[in-house]
Design a protein around this ligand. Structure first.
Ligand SMILES: C[S@@+](CC[C@H](N)C(=O)[O-])C[C@H]1O[C@@H](n2cnc3c(N)ncnc32)[C@H](O)[C@@H]1O
Length: 244
C-alpha cells in the first residue's frame, strides 16, 4: 500500500467525516475543499442517493447487491440498508479498501468485499458469486468518474447489462461537468492522487447508458433523485437509475 500518494477512497472518507485518512490524504482533501468547499455537501448528497436507491430496490424485491467502487464501508452503507437475508458484494480495486472492508465486515452475515477493477468487468462478474439468473442491483456510485474514455466505460456497462437477468438494475452517480461547476479545480485536485477524476456532462452520462432502460426521472442532480422538482443542491453530481 502506498501511503505517499493521496488515496481517493480515504479522501472520500475524510469528506464524509470518517477517520481513515492519513495526513497525506487529509492535505489533498483539504486542497480540494479549499478550491471547492461544496464537495463536503456533494458527498452527503451522494450518500443520500445511495440510501434512497437501495431502499427503492429492496422494496422492489431485489436481494442481491453488487457495489463496484464501494470505498470504505465506515459510514451508513448498502448492507445496513438492504433487508436481512440480502447478499451484498462490495468490490474495489484498492487493496487497502478491501482489507479494511473485510475486517469491518467480518461479523456481518451476507456481506463480503472483493478486490476487483471495474475495467475488468467480466472478471468481477465471474468471481462475485451472485446468482445472475435472478435480479441483481449493481451500484456504481462516484466510480465511473475515475474511468477515462480510453477504458471504454460504455462498453463495460454493455458487457454488464448482457450478463444481468430481466428486473436487474444499475444505479450510477457521476461527477457533473457543467459550465457553472469548478471542473478544472476538481480535476486538478485529483491529478496527484490514486485516481484521476474525469467529470462528464449529463449527455455523456446518458451516452454511457446506451441500451439500458433509464428510469424516471432520468439523469438528475444527486440531491434531486428521485424527485426532479426537489432542490438541486450543489449540482456537483448526477444520479440515475436504469433497468434491464
Ligand atoms: C469516490 S469513492 C466512492 C465510494 C462509494 N461508491 C460512494 O459513492 O460512497 C470511489 C471509489 O472507487 C474506487 N475505484 C476507483 N477506480 C476504480 C476501478 N477502476 N475499479 C474499482 N474501484 C475503483 C476507489 O478506490 C474508491 O474507493
Amino acid at each position: 500500500m502506498c501511503m505517499d500518494t493521496p488515496n481517493v477512497a480515504r479522501m472520500y472518507d475524510y469528506y464524509l467525516g470518517g477517520t481513515e485518512a492519513t495526513p497525506v490524504d487529509q492535505a489533498a482533501a483539504e486542497q480540494v475543499l479549499a478550491a471547492v468547499p461544496q464537495v463536503r455537501i456533494a458527498v452527503q448528497e451522494n450518500r443520500g442517493f445511495l440510501e434512497r436507491v437501495v431502499t427503492r430496490l429492496a422494496a422492489a424485491g431485489i436481494r442481491q447487491f453488487l457495489d463496484i467502487g464501494s470505498g470504505l464501508p465506515t459510514q451508513r452503507n448498502v448492507h445496513e440498508i438492504a433487508p436481512p437475508g440480502a447478499r451484498v458484494v462490495y468490490v474495489d480495486y484498492d487493496p487497502y479498501v478491501v482489507d479494511r472492508s473485510q475486517a469491518l465486515l467480518a461479523d456481518v452475515d451476507g456481506a463480503t468485499c472483493l478486490l476487483g477493477d471495474v475495467r475488468e468487468m467480466a472478471d468481477i462478474l465471474d468471481r462475485c458469486g451472485l446468482d445472475f439468473s435472478r435480479p441483481v442491483a449493481v451500484l456504481m456510485l462516484a466510480v465511473l468518474n475515475f474511468v477515462g474514455d480510453e477504458d471504454h466505460p460504455a462498453g463495460l456497462l454493455t458487457l454488464l447489462r448482457k450478463r444481468l437477468a430481466e428486473g436487474s438494475h444499475l444505479a450510477v452517480s457521476h461527477g457533473a461537468r457543467e459550465d457553472a461547476n469548478p471542473v478544472e479545480e476538481i480535476e486538478t485536485g485529483y491529478r496527484r492522487t490514486s485516481g484521476q477524476a474525469v467529470l462528464r456532462t449529463r449527455e455523456e452520462v446518458l451516452d454511457l447508458l446506451a441500451g439500458w432502460q433509464v428510469q424516471e426521472p432520468g439523469v438528475v442532480y444527486g440531491a434531486q433523485w428521485p424527485h426532479a422538482d426537489a432542490e438541486p443542491g450543489t449540482r456537483l453530481t448526477f444520479a440515475v437509475l436504469c433497468r434491464v
